[in-house]
Design a protein around this ligand. Structure first.
Ligand code: ARG
Length: 463
């Protein structure tokens, strides 16, 4: 027995030889799952308290174990804990260290528990914690968007379809479209929280345990909604991770679209925005360059998150019940998704905060390119034409204007009358950029009145 303890493995009772060093290295997850230490300790703490309450271990034994766990937490916090590859994973490293600190009573910690339910618990605790961090970042981004929308309520820009100028819209309306996307993301994230907030401990290796444990008590100590239902499912379910990375993929897609627009808008071709110098980077060869790297990286990082989603789905799809070691591969994609997400949401927020919108350029772009042609058609509909006929007539007017190198508002009344006698001088008022925007009062439209409503609704959600 003593020999075996010297070899250092907690599970080596049935083995006659030490593990091969390559196998140790290949098998180990400690190089990345050490990040679970606070959650592993938190889970063990609750487990021990439950064991003592149920009389499965003595109260004073629980006290000693908890004291030892606290010390280990301190060692991790001060970075004095020695990580060893031969400990395989964070769970065994902590249990082994506990033995060194408090002696044989440490061996009672793992009663009625397996690493399979333990790791499932740890990841859920980790993710729950980080979902809250991500939610706060999304709130900051949403707040930034609403603030910008309020501040730029007067700014008019061209709205696009097919990336061709379509109709004038308020910049605030455009920005608030992103508020909607990130609000849906937030909602999806809250659903992820609910899926994650289920307590798997007590499922043991796969079939439950004969010990008289109280799983709901453990769940309540750890703030979970309830204990999981099926022990086989509990140790082999990683749906909550896939849910989270799906949510993350959609959010990254939104950030990527926002980034793409900022990149386009900062180009000389659009010149709608100017990103602050300290939020751009230069070129090593072209002295004139000012590049929107932050936005490009935010856009580019979406790829790795989609990759993580594919890794997880592929890793899980062929696994027979219950736990399989393949599932150790869940951690790196999850950790990287969380790290990337926190970073990218912050980058997007900072980028928006350090962007100046160029009112005049946006306005001029909106005023050029027949963007009020639909307003002219709507005017003719009011005069009694069907929309299709009106569309046709306006098409001809636009062709005439293009041929004469004029905008719609530069045509004379006589020119309008060449195409439609119903057009009167009040048309000039209808086809200004300002009135085009103002008139789109339908719910959710771009009129200042509607956009202000959207902004105050958003403020209501945020506080
Ligand atoms: N490091 C393992 C993982 O992350 C912990 C669970 C190991 N369970 C086992 N039966 N070997 O999945």
């Amino acid at each position: 027995m003593e020999d075996k303890q010297r070899q250092g493995k907690l599970w080596n009772g049935r083995f006659s030889r030490d593990t091969n060093a390559f196998v140790d290295e290949f098998n180990a997850s400690i190089t990345f799952d050490y990040r679970l230490y606070p959650y592993d300790i938190q889970g063990s703490n609750a487990h021990v308290r439950m064991l003592a309450k149920q009389g499965i271990i003595e109260e004073n034994e629980a006290k000693i174990i908890i004291h030892g766990l606290d010390r280990i937490k301190g060692e991790f916090d001060d970075a004095t804990f020695m990580l060893r590859l031969s400990d395989e994973d964070i769970h065994m490293a902590i249990e082994k260290r506990l033995g060194e600190i408090i002696g044989p009573v440490a061996g009672k910690l793992h009663t009625a528990r397996s690493r399979n339910d333990q790791v499932a618990l740890d990841i859920r605790l980790y993710l729950r914690d980080h979902i809250n961090k991500v939610a706060k970042k999304i709130d900051m981004l949403r707040l930034c968007i609403v603030t910008l929308a309020e501040r730029h309520i007067e700014f008019i820009m061209p709205g696009y379809t097919h990336l061709q100028r379509a109709q004038p819209v308020l910049l605030s309306h455009h920005l608030m479209a992103y508020f909607e996307m990130f609000t849906r993301d937030h909602k999806r994230l809250m659903e992820c929280f609910a899926m994650t907030n289920v307590m798997p401990l007590g499922s043991a290796a796969l079939a439950g345990t004969p010990f008289p444990i109280d799983r709901e008590y453990t769940a309540s100590l750890l703030g979970f909604d309830h204990a999981s239902n099926n022990s086989l499912d509990s140790v082999s379910d990683r749906d909550f991770i896939i849910d989270f990375i799906s949510f993350a993929s959609i959010l990254m897609m939104h950030i990527s679209r926002l980034s793409e627009e900022l990149i386009l808008w900062s180009s000389r071709e659009f010149a709608f925005i100017e990103i602050d110098d300290d939020y751009c980077t230069g070129s090593s060869i072209m002295p004139q360059k000012k590049n929107p790297d932050l936005a490009e990286l935010a856009r580019g990082k979406s790829g790795r998150i989609y990759g993580h989603l594919m890794s997880m789905l592929t890793m899980m799809k062929g696994l027979p019940l219950a736990y399989n070691k393949d599932m150790q591969e869940d951690k790196e994609p999850l950790f990287d998704t969380v790290d990337t997400l926190l970073l990218v949401i912050e980058a997007a927020t900072r980028l928006l905060e350090h962007t100046a919108f160029k009112k005049k350029n946006m306005y001029n772009a909106a005023a050029f390119g027949y963007t009020t042609a639909t307003d002219l058609a709507d005017y003719l509909v009011e005069k009694g034409l069907s929309f299709r006929d009106a569309h046709n007539q306006v098409g001809k007017i636009v062709a005439h204007a293009i041929k004469n190198n004029k905008e719609l508002y530069e045509l004379s009344l006589e020119e309008f009358k060449l195409f439609s006698l119903q057009i009167e001088s009040d048309i000039f008022d209808r086809i200004t950029i300002e009135n085009s925007v103002k008139n789109r009062r339908s719910a959710g439209g771009t009129s200042p009145q509607e956009v202000k409503k959207a902004i105050s609704r958003a403020r209501g959600i945020l506080c």
